[in-house]
Design a protein around this ligand. Sequence first.
Ligand code: PGA
Length: 236
Amino acid sequence: MKMIIVKDDLEGAKLGLKIIKESLEKDALKTIGLATGSTPVSLYNLLRESDLDFSNTVSVNLDEYVGLSGDHPQSYRYFMETHLFEAKPFKKSYVPNGIADDLNKECADYEKIIEENPVNLQVLGIGANGHIGFNEPGASFDSVTRVVDLVPETIEANSRFFKSIHEVPKKAISMGIKTILKSDKIVIFAYGTNKASAIKKMLENDITEEVPATILKKHSDVTVIVDEDAATLLNQ
Ligand code: PGA
């Protein structure tokens, strides 16, 4: 893993933009994997303002809440439309449908979409509990896209976006860990002291399903971009 410590999320976003730009120029970046949450907001701000052209790039998002339609303001489809896609259209943008009648079929179809559009570059955040996507502690490293239960600490962490914690969905559709690992290149971002413990575990612990992000050590091309706060617990 290549680790880069930056001053803050704007510096992290600038690096992310550079990596995406290089990927577009060198490898045509056919498919990019995208994430939601607070972490990628600074990157999406820069992408929106950039002159990068994604009209030949497909995007696939990591996850979506079960039970929220794409026009629900807290759905990840809505997040992506407002933070990125409206200003910067892609050739095609896939986000799982959290209100599909048959969720298992939706998951299988989504996995097929990723098989047909292998991800060249995956943007990731990390949960304070070490989750990637919505692959919570204990998720199998062999997992593919499926319906998952969110753990109480994730529901609590994400309640900041909802009027009350009771409105936070308890299930989501998430790309699996095996799915994520198929990406050619992964860039994982983490900002703030509340991510410091997860970053320390990811980099310094043995690989364990109890800390899903530890599996990234097995991938051959991972760049970790953290700010100084998220790096505070690392042994240097
Ligand atoms: P955050 O979420 O960017 O909102 O902190 C990251 C994650 O849970 O993966």
